[in-house]
Design a protein around this ligand. Structure first.
Ligand SMILES: [Zn+2]
Length: 707
């Protein structure tokens, strides 16, 4: 039985994957949080009672490793990031009803309750396993303390996940060719006793669950392969101090695996929200109402279960569609109704790379003084939710200027200005059938988009409406009517004000600040975020003042300047990093690259692909630093056939005066780029952090091809 369309009578819980308290947020992370916020706001507009919750993920090995490196306790380290996230989200209009963290008492207690239920239901057993061990420092190497090769796809894998390959979760002992990230030594294996959640008890249940699950296709389809055949049990304990203590007897030296207490934070955070608002939201009604006991079968979703929707990055699908539903079921909780797994955000076609500083950081965006609404709009309406989307300042400008300034902003401004000047507000007239019909269709598109889990479609409804409005006002030319036929002009403008009001309601989830301003300009009472969808068709207030433009155009020179800043930052970081791993997909939590050498790439390329690179011997003719740039130098390089100007991040790393006459190696057919106003036409090849320049052993002439 498929579930009722939203809005339903049941409470909904919208959650976002917990940010890992280990590093700065970039706009790739923000994509899921903004989407969660847009979904929660949209559901409320539809009339669905909704709690929007998340929290920081405080445990796990990366936090422990980095805290040790900084000489602070893991708790201090993680709390600092937690507070930063808590402050950053609202700056992007992401307003959680509750934002907790996994180390707080509510979550520690509830996590232990879950595990006790599993133990009671006989879903937990003990097993001796081989655990990676560093003989030099004589300690176990849980999760991120070890890296090696994925046994499933052969990609380089870190600890508990194959984040650069098949994205599978890896159990302790599974990783091949393990090396310690503490010492870099090959790891040994030693026997340890650990606790396991018997996932195989839930194999049949999970098959049924995946058949019922709503959300994005990737979240339903990918796990099918993982639950076919033998379902591997989940090791739920680790040899660590940092984490929530395992509640079983005689096991005080073990903590729970981070992926046990992390998703339980969704429940804990909802519980904290309930504790704050009382009857307004009952967390148990959402998470437990109607659920059969842990040992009873659950073949369909209970009729009165809450509407639980998880919004996550596509790298953690398995955790949310296999482990998590089994964990919930084993404790007698309800299952998620939907999982929406988003693609990543790329920067001009390539994955963000935090270690290369190739990312748009949340702080950077805010420091540039852009409205959060603009980025929200870009992230939600560019590409399908499952697809990776591309960010460039140029495309950002295009979308803002075209759709927000040129379409929506322009329509509401001209309509309200005309109304104010000629009628001191909404003219007295009835809206036309044509316009009411158009608004009705937009409301339907909004509703349908949400029920399809397409935030893009839902958000487009208001934009389509304002496009119609622009066309409508152009078609009727009220400025020509106002003298001769004031009544007709009044009717046209009355329609336009109605369209503006409807657009404000429909776009308020994705553009919360701008639509709130528009709501005020319309002379409406209260907040647009409290207005139900039906308000689209309600009469606007009579009088309002002179409107102000909602959006500001982004000029070309602004984009140029932003591109240059970004390019310099990337070049500087690239000069300090090895280029060979440029194509690697960094995982979404924002981990730093491991220290020391990167392993050789497992991804092979064909000879033809290599031949596409036009690599040449060159001779440096001149080299000088670029003013205002800290890292960059401008070189003129003789390539035999022609002389090229090349910008390279070597200003501080080399004695520029000594370079003329040096043989270098140049990638000649790289696309030109402009850095600090200087065009770079090719790339100087160099090795390692010191940008050790590649040269030739013999005396090949400039222009000789390297093959
Ligand atoms: Zn793999």
């Amino acid at each position: 039985m498929s579930r009722d369309d939203y809005p339903t009578d049941q409470p909904a819980v919208v959650t976002c994957g917990l940010p890992y308290a280990n590093g700065d947020l970039h706009i790739g992370h923000l994509r899921t949080y903004v989407s969660g916020d847009v979904l929660a706001r949209s559901l409320r507009t539809l009339g669905q009672r909704t709690a929007f919750v998340s929290g920081s993920d405080m445990h796990g090995t990366p936090v422990a490793v980095n805290a040790e490196r900084e000489g602070v306790t893991p708790e201090e380290f993680a709390l600092e990031w937690h507070e930063k996230y808590e402050a950053t989200f609202p700056e992007f209009g992401v307003e959680f009803d509750n934002y907790g963290h996994t180390h707080d008492e509510t979550n520690a207690e509830l996590t232990r309750e879950f595990v006790r239920e599993w133990i009671e239901g006989d879903h937990v057993y003990e097993k001796e396993i081989q655990v990676a061990w560093d003989p030099e420092v004589d300690q176990p190497l849980p999760d991120r303390f070890v890296e090696g090769t994925c046994p499933y796809c052969g990609a380089k894998a870190r600890g508990d996940e194959c984040d650069e390959g098949c994205q599978r979760h890896l159990e302790p002992g599974e990783i091949e060719n393990p090396t310690s990230t503490i010492t870099g030594n090959p790891a040994e294996y030693r026997s340890r006793e650990h606790e396991f959640l018997r996932l195989s008890d839930f194999q049949e249940y999970l098959k049924g669950f995946l058949g019922r699950l709503e959300g994005t296709d990737n979240a339903r389809n990918q796990p099918r392969e993982w639950i076919e055949g033998e379902l591997q049990d989940l090791c739920i304990t680790r040899d660590m101090d940092w984490g929530i203590d395992y509640p079983g007897e005689g096991k005080e030296d073990l903590v729970l695996y981070v992926w046990v207490d992390a998703p339980i934070e969704y429940v804990s955070s909802t519980k904290q929200y309930s504790e704050r608002v009382g009857d307004e939201f009952d967390w148990e009604a959402a998470w437990r109402e109607g659920a059969p006991g842990p040992d009873e079968p659950m073949d369909e979703t209970p009729a009165d279960a809450g509407e639980i929707v998880h919004i996550i990055g596509r790298d953690i699908i398995q955790h949310h569609t296999v482990f998590w539903p089994a964990m919930l079921r084993a404790a007698g909780y309800n299952e998620p109704r939907a999982v929406m797994a988003s693609g990543f955000v790329n920067l001009r076609g390539k994955a963000f790379s935090t270690s290369r500083n190739r990312a748009i950081w949340a702080d950077d965006y805010l420091e540039e003084g852009f409205e959060p609404d603009l980025l929200r709009y870009y992230l939600v309406t560019t590409g399908g939710f499952q697809q990776d989307i591309d960010f460039s300042w140029g495309r950002f400008q295009e979308r803002v200027n075209g759709e927000l300034v040129g379409n929506f902003g322009n329509f509401v401004y001209r309509s309200l200005l005309f109304a104010h000047r000629n009628f001191e507000g909404t003219p007295e007239a009835d809206p036309s059938e044509e316009v009411l019909e158009e608004i009705d269709q937009a409301m339907e598109a909004f509703r349908a988009g949400l029920n399809d889990y397409s935030l893009r479609e839902a958000s487009k409804a208001g934009i389509v409406l304002s496009r119609f409005g622009n066309e409508y006002i152009q078609r009727h030319e009220p400025w020509k009517l106002v003298e001769e036929e004031p009544e007709r002009a009044a009717r046209v403008i009355r329609d336009c004000v109605q369209l503006a009001k409807a657009a404000a309601v429909l776009l308020s989830p994705v553009l919360p600040n701008s639509c709130e301003r528009l709501w005020e300009q319309l002379g409406e009472e209260g907040s647009v975020h409290d207005a139900p969808l039906a308000a689209c068709l309600e009469d606007p207030p009579g009088a309002f003042g002179e409107p102000e433009a909602l959006f500001e155009k982004i000029e070309d020179d602004r984009v140029e300047e932003l591109d240059e800043k970004l390019e310099e930052r990337v070049q500087a970081a690239s000069a300090a990093a090895d280029d060979t791993a440029e194509s690697e997909q960094e995982e979404s939590e924002g981990e730093d690259a491991p220290e020391g050498l990167e392993p050789l790439s497992d991804e092979r390329i064909g000879f033809e692909e290599f031949q596409e690179l036009d690599v040449r011997v060159g001779e440096v003719l001149t080299a000088e630093g670029i003013d205002d740039a800290d890292e960059l130098a401008r070189l003129e390089v003789d390539l035999g056939v022609e002389t090229r100007q090349i910008v390279a991040g070597i200003k501080r790393l080399h004695d520029l005066d000594a370079l003329p006459g040096t043989r270098v190696v140049i990638l000649a057919n790289l696309e030109p780029a402009t850095l600090f106003g200087v065009e770079s036409n090719g790339m100087l090849l160099a090795a390692g952090e010191d940008a050790d320049l590649l040269t030739t052993l013999g005396d090949s002439e400039p222009g000789t091809k390297v093959r």
